[in-house]
Design a protein around this ligand. Structure first.
Ligand code: PMP
Length: 419
């Protein structure tokens, strides 16, 4: 393979296993909410690494911190060692995020990615309760390793992996059964000891299901789930890997519900600059692992800590939240306008904050819209069990101009696809 000549998407494709089916080009540079490919074509990013780039691409302050650190021979890898970047991150996370929200959690590093934090949460719940089953939800997505997949409510993702489902009980997610009372269903399930139902160690959920189709649980439903957990002594695990770090308008997605989960999973944007990083927040009484009970070589990426610490500066005042919520309203208004103007989409608005989508109930139409948008310079993805939702996840730092430009491309793409 001559790397100098591997410029076109087709050349790359012929050399490696097919990867990017959605965006067939070779990207070269990115800044803020924009990317450019090797031909200099500009794209607006409404994908943001599936929520890993909430602060945009190549934030200048994060870049400077990382470059300076490398030049000064800062330690990059530091398994099981305290370092200055790790210490700075822990202190700032406590002072900026936990203390102002009156949250008392211990912070642990479970491994580099989202699925690692979920695995650690499931393991903690099983250890501290001595039970081994977990309640999960329809359409949930929690990661691609065996434990995370076993609580993922999507048979396509599990397909072929032979995932043992005997230790999970899948319940209907809130919005998924709009007219049914899924709380009564869960309570009935837990009360029904007579049929041999084992009391679960934990309930795990995303407050807004990202991969599952931007399904946003109602706040009172979340409160009721918390009450169920308290009543039965079950741990509540909130997977905020995608919905956290400001995506839904508050740092933690569960804040508006006023609940206090036992375990919180964070990854993606916790690393600030898009570098692999994950943390698991646990109530202090659940910190019961002995040394070596949960380890992993890449749990301490100091470049990620530096960028992550810089990212926390966004949360020092409430300005950032205000901006996110202003842009979220603009996005929702445009989505409402689109749904009204194009009844052919049979569409509905989904989600909250800057985690929104349009459910498009005509086969393949959502995918066609995204493909057309790509041609016109907008990176946008579908989600949902049938790829039926056009999913908007712009970087949270996007301004009104960027948002309007991206939405303009979206509207043109819809017009084109429907014509
Ligand atoms: N949980 C949720 C809610 C996610 O959206 C994802 C990734 N899309 C994961 C877990 C898994 O994260 P990772 O791909 O980094 O392992």
């Amino acid at each position: 393979i001559n790397n100098d000549k591997m410029k076109t998407f087709e050349e790359v494709e012929s050399a490696v296993r097919s990867y990017s089916r959605s965006w067939p080009t070779v990207f070269e540079r990115a800044k803020g909410y924009k990317l450019w490919d090797v031909d200099g074509k500009e794209y607006i990013d409404f994908f943001a690494g599936a929520g890993a780039l909430n602060y945009g691409h190549n934030n200048t302050a994060m870049q400077e911190k990382m470059i300076e650190y490398i030049k000064e021979d800062g330690i990059l890898h530091s398994l099981d060692m305290g370092t200055t970047p790790r210490k700075a991150f822990l202190e700032k996370f406590r002072d900026t995020i936990l203390t102002p929200r009156n949250l008392d959690y211990k912070i642990m590093f479970p491994g580099p990615t989202g699925t690692n934090t979920v695995e650690s949460a499931l393991k903690i719940a099983r250890k501290v309760t001595g039970r081994d089953t977990v309640i999960n939800f329809t359409n949930a997505f929690h990661g691609m390793t065996i434990g995370s997949l076993s609580v993922t409510g999507n048979s396509f993702k599990r397909h072929g992996a032979g995932i043992p489902l005997h230790h999970t009980s899948t319940m209907p997610f809130d919005e998924y059964v709009e007219d049914q009372d899924s709380i009564a269903y869960i309570e009935k399930f837990l009360e029904d000891n007579g049929s041999g139902v084992a009391l679960p160690a934990a309930i795990i959920l995303e407050t807004v299901q990202g991969e599952g189709g931007i399904n946003a649980a109602r706040m009172d439903w979340l409160k009721k789930i918390e009450s169920i957990c308290r009543r039965w002594d079950i741990l509540l695990i909130i997977d905020d890997v995608q919905a956290g770090c400001g995506r839904t308008g508050t740092f933690f997605s569960f804040e508006p519900a006023g609940i206090k989960p036992d375990v919180v999973c964070l990854s993606k944007s916790i690393g600030g600059a898009g570098l692999p990083m994950a943390i698991t927040l646990i109530k202090p009484e659940y910190d019961q692992w002995g040394p070596g009970e949960h380890n992993g070589t890449f749990r301490g990426n100091n470049l990620a800590f530096l960028a992550a610490t810089e990212a926390l500066s966004f949360w020092e005042t409430d300005e950032f939240e205000k901006e996110i919520n202003k842009n979220a309203s603009l996005l929702r208004n445009t989505i409402d306008m689109i749904i009204k103007k194009y009844p052919e989409l049979k569409g509905e608005a989904r989600g909250r904050g800057l985690m929104q989508g349009i459910g498009v109930h005509v086969e393949d139409l959502a995918n066609e819209i995204c493909a057309e948008a790509f041609k016109r310079g907008l990176i946008v993805e579908t989600s949902g069990a049938k790829d039926e939702v056009v999913k908007f996840l712009p970087p949270l730092i996007i301004d009104e101009e960027g948002l309007n430009k991206g939405l303009g491309i979206l509207v043109d793409s819809i017009e084109h696809v429907l014509s």
